[in-house]
Design a binder for this molecule. Structure first.
Ligand code: UDP
Length: 328
């Protein structure tokens, strides 16, 4: 069976992909510094704790494991933090990926899947946004990911053996259908998680950032994708690369937008808790609307989402929140 190195595989999205790859029988090595990830989240393969910036550790790992492909999740992901601490993002996201790519080139590893983001589009002129739209990120998080995409593009030109798939994630949410893993950040910032933790009583109120956007109800619109559907996109991208497929850059979303107010209302309905919501100023770095045109990934990889349903997304996230509150 093919051997896959998964960086950041103990994190939220990485762990769901590791679960899916484990079910497919791949031999997995998860490399994670556990700064935001968790050992218990790694349901398949072997976990090695280490830093991507540590080139000699990477060299040893690559020499020993000899992966056929790498899936690279390890990154910093909080937009507002990236505005406050841009260099952290250029270090952790761009420079660290450069270090990883140099190591992979030295060891002849030429199949690479990269976690990119809809934040590379900034404020798109046309919604839904397709992959040809200009890259105009409006925060350092988006810029750090865009710069990595450019590294990959140029490397693929220079080395025809190198093939990659960059997956541009929209708003990933929800938890494992079997309720074994889910989001477990120490200081979560994402809307659905904040809303559910507020319903559970962990926070006194949910702050709603911005009610004066040029959107139907004045709040931001996002395309929420269930983490298990995102995981299946990775499995398909990997199979394509291992079968000799071309490099590709693909949006991962459902093509359907929900406003912050709609998400909050549904979270209240599902939890049965009428939690307090306060209306605040806009948060730095937030674009008004981000919705994917995901026709390319469906066409190219045959990706078929199974959980295109905001209610399922919130229900699985809620089940996970309740489990975490009780046990972890
Ligand atoms: N949001 C909010 N309150 C929160 C967290 C998020 O109003 O506590 C809003 C945020 O301003 C944005 C949307 O919810 O408009 C989605 O934010 P999130 O952080 O979940 O994802 P992002 O789109 O930034 O990746």
């Amino acid at each position: 069976m093919k051997k896959i190195l998964v960086t950041g595989g103990a994190g939220y999205i990485g762990s769901h992909v590791v679960k899916a790859l484990g079910e497919e029988g791949y031999e997995l090595l998860v490399y994670d510094n556990l700064s935001t990830g968790n050992q218990w989240a790694v349901l398949a393969g072997r976990l090695v704790q280490g830093e991507l910036a540590d080139r000699s550790a990477l060299d040893r790992l690559l020499m020993e494991f000899r992966p056929d492909a790498v899936i690279h999740f390890a990154a910093s992901i909080v937009v507002s933090e990236s505005v406050a601490e841009p260099l952290k993002y250029y270090r952790n996201n761009t420079a660290t990926t450069l270090n990883l790519l140099e190591a992979l080139q030295a060891h002849g590893v030429n199949r690479f899947i990269f976690s990119s983001t809809a934040a590379v589009y900034g404020i798109p002129e046309v919604i839904p946004v397709d992959e040809q739209s200009p890259l105009l990120p409006i925060n350092p998080y988006g810029t750090s990911k865009m710069m990595t995409e450019l590294l990959l593009r140029d490397l693929a030109v220079a080395n025809p053996l190198f093939r990659y798939v960059a997956l541009r994630y929209f708003n990933v949410a929800g938890a494992d259908g079997g309720n074994r893993i889910g989001q477990a950040y120490k200081n979560p910032t994402h809307l659905i998680t904040r809303a559910l933790k507020t319903a559970a009583g962990s926070y006194p109120e949910l702050q709603l950032f911005g009610t004066d956007y040029d959107t139907p109800d004045g709040t931001c619109v996002r395309d929420y994708i269930h983490v298990d559907d995102l995981a299946s996109a990775h499995v398909l991208a990997l199979k394509s690369l291992l079968a000799g497929g071309e490099s590709a850059i693909l949006n991962c979303g459902y093509g359907r937008g929900y406003s912050v107010r709609e998400v909050v209302d549904l979270a209240k309905k599902i939890t049965g808790v009428d939690f307090t919501v306060t209306e605040e100023d806009r948060r730095d770095g937030d674009p008004p609307a981000l919705v994917a045109d995901s026709s390319l990934i469906q066409q190219l990889l045959g990706w078929k989402p199974e959980h295109d349903d905001l209610e399922y997304i919130i229900r699985t996230a809620w089940a996970w929140e309740q489990k975490m509150a009780g046990s972890i």
